[in-house]
Design a protein around this ligand. Structure first.
Ligand code: SAH
Ligand code: SF4
Length: 372
């Protein structure tokens, strides 16, 4: 995607309408364009169908002022589990990112990247092991969701239960979604989303738009390594997303050994920010814990987590370590994960063990990395 001009996919619907007015066109033209883009799935300028509300001279102006392209699919891999597909996407500057499509319990989730690489350096994470290259733009994040949407258009039949989204312009109704819809987005791909706050939030505003992909607020999860200023901003701005915090250690020393970012944002500051988030917004936080055999998976660790979280509305998701080239640890075995869960239950903290999926195609948590 070219970056010199603003990108069509990086604009919210009100921003697109304001531009139309600035250029001397009616707002309804922008609404029609939005509909074509997000509901009809147009992918190139020539795909757009000219009609009364979408005149050719407006489209000409749009495509001369705004960039509009999609990352190319450099590689596609399907897991033998039948539920997971991974896409290697090539950006305009030849950098590559990965996006994962997951279909669990009948719902489609897109796991999207927020950066090329990651600056946070968690020792067990393949993305962290590759270092940081750059932030993604809002357009590049939206394009990942639209890529998954396009795959669903090609591969799934109509579903009777797929409701039509609210319409931009009731005078010009659009057909209902005729394919399976993308229901969930998790920012758990490559990168630290709260290190790229503005682009991530702009993309979320676009993805949530009721006249577009219409993702519900409860269907978007932002997972952070614990970027305290980002959590504080989310709280102040009352952003309607689920928050997941990757914990991995329940003392400052143990956490910092796995998550170097903890040196910058110590555990006590992180917990203060989490408490403010839950009390201000009345929402719970999902805490993620990668279970590493003999490292952070014993009963003592589980009790420390229980003590740390007992006064916070929390749910813990444990993820047995997925293998990466740069880290020698082993995953906790299922019995160990269950024992961890049982200890947390004594503190009244719900704990789920994340199913390991897509490991055969390195699409599991923390396995996304691109050899460049
Ligand atoms: N940067 C964000 C989101 C991307 S990572 C974050 O760290 O939260 C998504 C999740 O995968 C995080 O909880 C992370 O701790 C976890 N993860 C990273 N490497 C992993 C690995 N090798 N095995 C299992 N989980 C891993
Ligand atoms: Fe970055 Fe998250 Fe990986 Fe840590 S776990 S290096 S924050 S992507």
């Amino acid at each position: 995607m070219a970056t010199a001009r603003p990108h069509l996919l990086g604009l919210t619907r009100p921003e697109l309408a304001a531009l139309a007015v600035e250029w001397g066109f009616a707002r309804v033209h922008a609404a029609s364009l939005w509909n074509e883009l997000y509901l009809q799935g147009r992918r190139t300028p020539s795909d757009f169908v000219v009609h009364d509300q979408l005149p050719a001279r407006y489209l000409d102006r749009v495509f001369s002022e705004l960039a509009f392209d999609f990352p190319g699919v450099a590689r596609e891999t399907h897991s033998a589990d039948g539920f997971t597909r991974k896409y290697l996407l090539a950006l305009h500057d030849a950098h590559r990112i990965e996006t994962v499509l997951m279909r669990y319990s009948g719902r489609v989730t897109a796991c999207v990247s927020s950066q090329v690489g990651c600056a946070m350096g968690c020792v067990f994470c393949a993305t962290g092991q590759m270092g940081y290259t750059r932030h993604l733009t809002a357009a590049e994040i939206v394009a990942q969701a639209l890529h998954v949407d396009a795959v669903l258009r090609e591969t799934t039949p109509a579903t009777a239960d797929a409701p039509a989204p609210a319409l931009a312009d009731p005078a010009h109704p659009s057909p209902h979604h005729r394919h399976e819809r993308l229901r969930n987005i998790v920012f758990m791909g490559m990168g630290e989303p709260l290190h790229n706050y503005d682009a991530v939030m702009q993309a979320i505003d676009i993805l949530r738009d009721g006249a577009g992909l219409a993702l519900g607020a409860k269907k978007i999860s932002v997972s952070t390594v614990g970027v305290v200023p980002g959590i504080r901003r989310l709280t102040a701005e009352r952003r309607p997303v689920h928050l997941a915090v990757s914990l991995h250690g329940a003392t400052q020393a143990e956490r910092a050994a796995l998550v170097p970012a903890a040196r910058k944002w110590p555990l006590d500051e992180l917990m203060d920010a989490c408490r403010d988030y839950t009390s201000t917004l009345g929402r719970r936080i999902f805490f993620e814990w990668t279970l590493i055999d003999g490292k952070n998976d014993g009963p003592d660790h589980a009790h420390a987590v229980g003590a740390l979280l007992k006064d916070i509305p929390a749910q813990v998701n444990v993820i047995p370590l997925n293998p990466t080239f740069g880290y020698a640890g082993e995953p906790t075995r299922p019995a160990g994960a269950r024992a961890f869960q049982d200890v947390l239950a004594t503190y009244g903290i719900p704990c789920t063990v994340r199913q390991r999926r897509g490991i055969d195609i390195a699409a599991g948590c923390g396995q996304l990395a691109i050899a460049e």
